[in-house]
Design a binder for this molecule. Structure first.
Ligand SMILES: [Mn+2]
Length: 354
């Protein structure tokens, strides 16, 4: 709970902050926002991540101070774990040996921390970090504000998704008052692609197909395309959202070949079409409208199996629990959660959970 988090911060002084592998805007923005918050209180703090900061987030204040490590190699009074469905999501060895404070906005998150602060009404963890600032009486500095604002715009898809609430705009307004320049942050996050991504997009979009109903679309990225365009691993992030821009398309799958015979599959849907259920059948997970999983096998099998499930989910939408999933908005990703569909950058793609 929030008051327990406040007590830990007030009582202790040496902290680390981490988040999931393949960090996205909410995980990095919230982690760095908390970092600046702790620094404002004169606490010892550092952000540690298994994976490096993606290109889109390198302009965040403090991004250059993120320490990439495969293991929690120091002793801390507490480690804050941001936006993770379970303790393995950060991908850090020895994390379980620390005093863990779990902070998340996904209702499905396991209560793996010594302290668990879960607020499923928050559009992003960033919104919670803002509340924490207020609870601790810390002035929202420009650094904190830029980090939290980045978390908000990425997890809400620039305020497009259903997790966007009146409170989200209220917090955003306060952040602008604290010095955030919305156009500057948006440009850094959404209009800062390397050219390799544009070339890769050209190849990937040429693979797009749809089923006879026109309501299910899919596209693929091969290792060969990635090599030919000199694209980085993160360049394909968000491609799944392009077909979703078509009014007729209700569900989409993006197959990204990560190794011969291995595809990371990103799934997106609209309204009550539940793709989290599909991802779960393949060992992944996520939100109702944004999920992901990994598929081992041939391309033909991956396409046949996943597309058939999407067609079925679209046909049966609204029936039998298809409408009951959690709200997509929040980011999550990777193997467990995937980021919410972000139209512009749509980039949040944690492997399986937004
Ligand atoms: Mn999030």
């Amino acid at each position: 709970m929030l008051n327990q988090v406040v007590e830990v911060i007030e009582a202790k002084r040496r902290f680390a902050i981490t988040s999931h592998i393949r960090p996205d805007g909410d995980s990095l923005g919230s982690s760095l926002g908390l970092f600046w918050l702790l620094r404002a209180l004169d606490k010892d703090a550092e952000v540690i991540m298994r994976d490096p900061v993606p290109h889109a987030y390198r302009r965040l204040p403090g991004a250059e101070q993120v320490r990439v490590t495969p293991r929690v190699d120091r002793q801390y009074d507490a480690v804050f774990v941001i936006e993770c469905s379970d303790i393995t999501r950060p991908g850090l060895l020895d994390l379980e040996k620390q005093f863990v404070v779990n902070i998340d906005h996904h209702s499905t998150t396991a209560l793996f921390g010594d302290i668990n602060w879960i607020d499923s009404t928050a559009s992003a963890v960033g919104e919670m970090i803002y509340n924490l600032c207020k609870a601790l009486g810390v002035r929202v500095t420009r650094e904190i504000a830029e980090c939290v604002y980045t978390a908000l715009i990425t997890d809400t898809g620039s305020f497009h998704y259903s997790n966007t609430s009146e409170r989200t705009f209220k917090v955003a307004s306060e952040l602008v008052r604290a010095g955030v320049k919305p156009a500057k942050v948006s440009q850094a996050v959404f209009a800062n692609y390397p050219w390799s991504k544009i070339e890769l997009l050209g190849e990937v979009l040429s693979t797009v197909r749809r089923d006879p109903s026109g309501r299910v679309a899919w596209l693929a990225q091969t290792l060969e395309m990635q090599e030919r365009t000199h694209a980085s691993d993160e360049d394909g992030d968000g491609f799944v959202n392009y077909p979703m821009g078509c009014g007729d398309v209700e569900a989409c799958a993006f197959f990204k070949e990560t190794a011969p015979g291995t595809y990371r599959v990103s799934l997106r849907s609209k309204c009550d079409v539940n793709v989290a259920r599909i991802a779960e059948r393949f060992g992944g997970g996520g939100h109702r409208n944004a999920a992901g999983c990994t598929f081992q096998g041939t391309w033909e099998e991956a396409e046949r199996q996943l597309v058939a499930q999407l067609v079925e989910a679209v046909e049966n939408r609204g029936a039998n629990g298809n409408g009951g999933g959690t709200n997509a908005g929040a980011g999550g990703a990777g193997e467990r959660r995937e980021a919410p569909p972000a139209p512009e950058r749509q980039g949040v793609e944690r492997d399986a959970r937004p």
